[in-house]
Design a protein around this ligand. Structure first.
Ligand SMILES: Nc1nc2c(ncn2[C@@H]2O[C@H](COP(=O)(O)OP(=O)(O)OP(=O)(O)O)[C@@H](O)[C@H]2O)c(=O)[nH]1
Ligand SMILES: [Mg+2]
Length: 221
């Protein structure tokens, strides 16, 4: 018997209005706003740490860390001498633009090139909430399995870049990087796909170039 599938979409006009406020504030300052989204443990904070280390002296970062509980990720970022705030949702599976608007005044954004927002680890809820970012960064780690692009397509189809993280683990977890990269490229023809590993440094030059280009565009707005 065919399965009855019901699709229901939430409309969130209030969040969108707050997101526009955030985006305006960032745009006026020439800051590139990034929203990092992916599963828990797929390597968002590790990538941010490695990126900050590599680009120190060239680009200045501020970071908003989203987690359900703990300040662990903010503590990791703070070790790199970067302005950071930890947002705890205490249960909610995503950040909202309202939360970002609330904490923005607490960050010193003078001279900042990139505001990186690490969303709650989750492939579903964050995709429905514009945070006021300019670009959405989606990560998929090899350890999660090849099927995640098919099972959770929305994130990878609305993103501005798709990063295949933990490339160094691919041979150990039966993950065909080329096959998944092709699948992502077909799903989202506008977003580049970059294979990365913070352990080997693979892909981090291309990722840094993508950030540099985004910053040039943000400064020219
Ligand atoms: N082998 C390998 N391990 C990695 C890589 N990147 C991150 N890891 C490891 O993956 C684990 C999770 O990384 P995090 O950076 O904390 O992941 P996250 O996406 O920020 O996790 P949440 O904030 O909980 O959603 C850590 O033990 C990292 O050391 C990588 O490129 N290769
Ligand atoms: Mg993290």
């Amino acid at each position: 018997m065919p399965i009855d599938i019901v699709v229901m979409k939430a409309v969130n006009a209030e969040n969108d209005a707050r997101a526009r406020e955030v985006r305006t504030q960032l745009t006026e300052r020439g800051i590139l706003g990034l929203n990092f989204m992916s599963s828990p443990g797929s390597g968002k904070t590790s990538l941010l740490e490695e990126t900050i280390k590599r680009l120190t002296g060239e680009l200045r970062f501020a970071v908003i860390e989203g987690d359900v509980f703990t300040a662990m990720d903010a503590e990791r970022i703070a070790r790199h001498g970067v302005e950071v705030i930890q947002l705890n949702t205490e249960g909610s599976c995503h950040l909202t633009a309202h939360m970002i608007l609330e904490v923005l005044p607490r960050l010193n954004l003078d001279g900042i090139d990139i505001l990186a927002i690490e969303n709650i680890g989750n492939l579903i809820c964050p995709t429905s909430y514009d945070l006021g970012e300019h670009r959405r960064v989606a990560c998929l780690s090899t350890a999660e399995g090849e099927d995640k692009v098919d099972k959770y397509p929305k994130l990878f189809s609305i993103s501005d870049i798709n990063l295949l993280t933990k490339a160094d683990l691919a041979p150990h977890v039966n993950f065909d990087l080329d096959r998944v990269a092709a699948k992502l490229a077909a799903l989202n023809t506008k977003a580049p796909v970059i294979t990365t590993s913070v352990n080997t440094g693979e892909g981090l030059d291309a990722w840094s170039d993508w950030l540099r280009q985004g910053c040039r565009e943000a400064a020219a707005r």
